[in-house]
Write a protein that binds this ligand. Structure first.
Ligand code: GMT
Length: 380
């Protein structure tokens, strides 16, 4: 198949999923064309069967807001025509599904078919999409898509409830490449790599996000502050975004700044995750929680919140621990309890890896997307 993929190319779960999907599809022999305003950040250097088409957005004095969605629609139609695309797959409904709808109509007027699949990821439904300025057009574009997938049952149900969408929505969960996200087998190498972040007797906590408010990064620091009062530990924060400064100030106020490493955006998170003992994901809301899945594949259990689609990924008490949003004390006690019970921690590490391999591995989930594409193309 020749597949066009549009996503937000910057830091964020939907862009990561879209990029990893494109890489996996290309490895299976499909031709993949990314169409976006910049090259997706996890793409560099892996371009066999992958093509990137930038969307130029011109600005004029008349435009206070350059219309990216229109430029994207034009580019989608061009790329589809010039490369004979069989299907477009857009990640995050706003504005990508609206642009895809326009591109389909443009080509349709000339007798060429371009079906498109919209994948719903999270705040496109739970936050941004609910804004009255976007809701009617987002609902329309979802309803008119040739195929719609959702990364969790929670998000599918929210789309039906809050948007009144009546068309079918296929749940295809997020996935992880279990060969890339894998524990470090060589204990000596792991110990050596950990030494760059912590002393041998210290536990390593990690957090990985785009540091937006919904991630509650200050709760990460607060939980860690309680933990580190009881046991030697270091906290590694991977990523960047609007809440980073608040987290840095809090670390200073709580006098634990020297135990916290702000690494900023990192490309090879698969090399960092296996070094951690626990991942902290105290989000206000997660439709899935990709970071927790990547950690599970590396045998790192999460201390997380019982929100959105997270319970579909983490089996509380088996592959991680779930708590109410903002319950700092319980999360800290949960983490301390696990660190103090090596047998339980080890069982959780094994169970997490097994879940990643048996339910969320790319070798299982990507073929689900391929079958779905085929059914959408076949039903045209
Ligand atoms: O909504 C966001 O925070 C960003 C969004 C994205 O598009 O980058 O993340 C969502 O999609 C991820 C990948 O499918 C999921 O793992 C996240 O749980 C989801 N975030 C939220 O629902 C808050």
């Amino acid at each position: 198949m020749r597949i066009g993929i549009t996503c937000y190319p910057t830091y964020g779960g939907s862009g990561v999923v879209a990029t990893e999907l494109g890489i996996e599809l290309a490895a299976m022999g499909h031709e993949v064309h990314f169409i976006s305003y910049s090259q997706p950040f996890r793409l560099s250097g892996r371009d066999q069967g992958i093509f990137y088409h930038e969307v130029p957005v011109s600005s004029y004095p008349l435009f206070e807001f350059p219309p990216y969605d229109l430029a994207l629609a034009s580019r989608m139609a061009e790329v589809a025509e010039f490369n004979g695309l069989d299907l477009l797959h857009v990640h995050y409904a706003i504005p990508h599904s609206v642009s895809a709808l326009l591109a389909r109509q443009m080509l349709g007027a000339r007798g060429r078919r371009l079906p498109f699949v919209t994948t719903l990821h999270g705040t496109d439904i739970t936050l941004v999409g609910l804004d009255r300025s976007y809701l009617p057009i987002t609902r329309y574009a979802i309803q008119e898509s040739d195929g719609v997938t959702s990364i969790s049952t929670y998000l599918k149900d929210k789309t039906v409830q809050d948007f009144g969408v009546t068309r079918g929505i296929e749940v295809i969960p997020n996935f992880v490449n279990c060969d890339v996200y894998t524990p470090l087998k060589d204990e000596a190498a792991r110990a050596e790599a950990r030494r760059r972040l912590a002393e041998p007797h210290e536990a390593i906590f990690m957090h990985l996000s785009n540091f937006r408010r919904v991630k509650r990064v200050t709760d990460v620091v607060k939980v860690f502050a309680k933990v580190v009062r009881e046991t030697p530990a270091q906290l590694v924060l991977v990523g960047d975004g609007p809440e980073r400064s608040a987290a840095e100030w809090l670390a200073r106020d709580l006098a634990i700044a020297e135990k916290i490493h702000f690494l900023g955006k990192q490309e090879q998170v698969n090399e960092l995750l296996p070094l951690a003992d626990l991942l902290l994901m105290p989000s206000e809301l997660e439709s899935f929680g990709l970071a927790a899945l990547e950690a599970m594949a590396c045998k790192v259990p999460s201390i997380a919140t019982r929100v959105g689609g997270v319970p579909e990924l983490i089996d509380d008490g088996v592959t991680g621990l779930l708590y109410p949003v903002g319950d700092i004390e319980a999360m800290a006690q949960g983490a301390l309890g696990l660190l103090g019970d090596r047998a339980r921690l080890e069982a959780m590490r094994e169970a997490g890896r097994k879940t990643a391999q048996t339910r969320f591995c790319s070798t299982l989930v990507v073929p689900h997307y391929v079958r779905y594409y085929e059914s959408v193309i076949g039903s045209q």
